[in-house]
Design a binder for this molecule. Structure first.
Ligand code: WTA
Length: 650
């Protein structure tokens, strides 16, 4: 192992009593590569199968066809809920609910109670006409019923499409339309940081823009009054208990869920995961990455509207019979000690959050952390974006008092679960590096022409574009309704390989350092945002001629949204127009896409063939004027000077 000034050895707490040592990892990783079918057949035994699979992996990246466990029959809800009750663990706690307002009571839901609740929700959905294969849009706060709605869909074989509560009616309508969803589950309103989010009203607004929704099931969460449309809208509490809802036997390759995610072009894609592979992937990654031990309390702060919430608030922990904490609120409410209060109050052992939250909390100093005990913590994790070493060190030294392992987990909506990370008892840590590939994952770094750089899976220091050469069970199978888009987006840049869209460096120890997106996707507070989506929203304004959006470094959010806008002839920039454009983006996408900067300009830098040179726009947004590169191919090089001047005056 190389001398590395930033090297943190495996903490003593993790080295002792671990489920996977360094030697275990080396052996298992080697097995997972040399005999993947045997390896994944073994891992599949973590869960129950109604019919165990005899075929394991059956995939090709050219042409693209991905199947795992294709003759297996199972049900994810059975594995997440029923089987624990059947095994006599019904009294174990499945979910702890921590409300937005800490003065309100927390709620503990046992596996038996969860089973009853899931059956009731499944019964309600069935009564409303939901059947196997139907798509159900879920627009819920962070609450137990949000997870229950997902599990109920999985139970009856319906395909859930969870839409994050921060998306606007326009964005919801697009997602309902794209997957032809005839059913919606929502709550009256949500509470976040003491503020009410009008979920039901947003659904009502969305449903004026899209046809085809037959029924809306409304969970009474805050009891704020909401409008109910007779015949279409139904209160969940009007449905009684249901015992007539067995787990539907699902083929491993039946669809499980759709989750919309942004890419470099066009509207968000409905990434589709199927039952078998996703179940095995989330069950096994949860077990190894978090080194989960029975009885421990696991707190993942992600919303169920994102893949992290799917895999590590709901399906990973529950399949392992774990206790998962669902937090309704935000880290800064009522003050910036909230996470640590929750950790003390519920004796959280494993805490998993995003670097953006840590950066925001770090800004408030150590006092809020030090005022809480945090004694229960055993393991820390991060996800969603590269963590800057400064934030990592703060997490390690202040939150973890220098004693706890940190797993920096790199993965994507499309990968279903963790792909690159250190394992707590197996690997030392380097601040800012995600670490090593998980079992079965074969990363490869290629240059822009696709030439493989140092073609070794482990070792061989280099940097390039991150591809994965072999399929893994948790891999997305397609883009809903558009397989060609799936192929084009992920498998055509480098033929025969899955291209992640991320840049990456591998060091001499075989550690991977994700450097961020290399495509036109920006990562705002750990949320993926397509620059094309923001541009489309801006140009809808009738005064706007053209828009180009890029990311720029932002202290808290990781990346901020920088918009260059040109106006139609005769229009002038104004504060009012600035406000209107911000509002326009919030209406089209949601508050999470609010621009940080709107830079009005008379022209954008274009090549003679009319292509916008984004590289230059990025550099100017970054205030990096010395590194603009070759500008000689620009149609009008003077544009650049005007843009720089505009940037300097901001
Ligand atoms: C980024 C979230 C660095 C990356 C699970 C990826 C990360 C995108 C990390 C996926 C990490 C996620 N280090 N970058 N540990 N985790 N990313 O689909 O750019 O919302 O491509 O999935 O987030 O975002 P998504």
């Amino acid at each position: 192992m190389s001398e590395h000034q930033d090297w943190f050895p495996i903490p003593e707490t993790a080295a002792r009593n671990t489920q996977c040592s360094a030697a275990d990892y080396d052996l298992m990783y080697a097995q997972s590569i040399s005999a993947p079918d045997a390896f994944w057949a073994e891992q599949a035994k973590r869960i129950d199968w109604f019919t165990p699979p005899t075929k394991i992996g059956n995939w090709s990246f050219d042409p693209v066809s991905i199947k795992w466990y294709e003759d297996g029959v199972l049900n994810l809800c059975h594995n997440a809920v029923d089987r624990h009750v059947a095994a006599g663990k019904g009294d174990a706690i499945a979910f702890i609910f921590e409300p937005d307002d800490p003065a309100n009571d927390a709620r503990r839901v046992s596996y038996s109670e969860l089973l009853a609740e899931v059956k009731r929700m499944a019964g309600a959905l069935k009564t409303l006409g939901v059947g196997k294969g139907d798509r159900v849009t879920i627009y819920m706060p962070m609450c137990v019923e949000g997870a229950v709605a997902m599990l109920a869909c999985a139970r009856i074989g319906a395909v859930h499409s969870v839409v994050f509560g921060g998306f606007s009616p326009e964005a919801i309508a697009g997602r309902i339309q794209d997957c032809g969803s005839r059913f919606v589950v929502c709550a009256d309103t949500a509470l976040r940081g003491g503020k009410s989010v009008p979920l039901k009203a947003n659904i009502d607004a969305a449903l004026t823009k899209v046809d085809g929704v037959d029924a809306v099931l409304v969970v009474q969460h805050t009891s704020e009054p909401v409008a109910m449309q007779a015949g279409r809208d139904h209160w969940y509490h009007d449905f009684g208990a249901s015992d007539d809802c067995p787990c539907e036997p699902m083929n491993a390759e039946d669809p499980l869920f759709i989750l919309y995610t942004s890419g470099s072009t066009g509207s968000p894609k409905g990434v589709l995961h199927t039952v078998g592979g996703y179940s095995v992937w989330t069950a096994s990654t949860f077990h190894y990455v978090f080194d989960y031990r029975p009885g421990e309390v696991f707190f993942c702060s992600a919303d169920i509207g994102w893949v992290t919430g799917h895999s590590y608030v709901v399906y990973g922990p529950l399949q392992n019979g774990g206790t998962s904490l669902i937090f309704e609120g935000i880290p800064s409410y009522p003050d910036s000690g909230r996470f640590w209060d929750i950790i003390d109050r519920h004796q959280v052992n494993i805490f998993y959050t995003a670097p953006t939250a840590l950066r925001a909390l770090m800004r408030d100093g150590d006092a809020p952390v030090l005022a809480r005990s945090r004694k229960s913590l055993r393991l820390l994790g991060t996800v969603g974006e590269p963590i800057n070493p400064e934030a990592w060190r703060w997490y390690h030294a202040t939150v973890g008092e220098g004693k706890l392992p940190i797993v920096d987990t790199w993965w994507q909506t499309e990968t279903g679960g963790v792909m690159i990370t250190t394992l707590p008892g197996a690997h030392g840590m380097k601040p800012g590096s995600a670490g090593r590939p998980f079992f079965g994952i074969q990363p490869q770094l290629v240059d822009n022409e696709g030439v493989v750089l140092a073609d070794e899976h482990i070792g061989g220091a280099t940097s390039g574009n991150l591809c994965i050469t072999h399929s893994w069970p948790g891999q997305a199978r397609t883009v809903y309704g558009d397989h060609n888009r799936f192929v084009q987006t992920y498998f055509s840049t480098y033929k025969g390989k899955y291209f992640t869209g991320d840049g990456c460096r591998r060091d001499e120890d075989g550690y991977y350092w994700i450097t961020g997106r290399v495509d036109d996707v920006i990562n705002v507070s750990g949320h993926r945002m397509g620059t094309a989506e923001v541009e489309s929203a801006l140009v809808l304004h009738d005064k706007v001629a053209e828009a180009a959006v890029v990311g720029f470094p932002h202290d808290i959010k990781g990346q901020g949204i920088y918009c260059y806008v040109t106006l139609n002839v005769g229009e002038e920039p104004s504060d009012e127009l600035h406000a209107e454009l911000r509002q326009q983006v919030r209406v089209e996408i949601g508050p999470i896409a609010s621009p940080d900067h709107i830079h009005f300009t008379t022209a954008l830098p274009k090549t003679r063939s009319g292509k916008i040179m984004r590289r230059i726009l990025r550099k100017i947004a970054e205030n990096d004027f010395g590194a603009l590169g070759d500008t000689s191919t620009l149609a009008d090089p003077n544009v650049v000077d005007a843009l720089i001047e505009g940037r300097q005056n901001r």
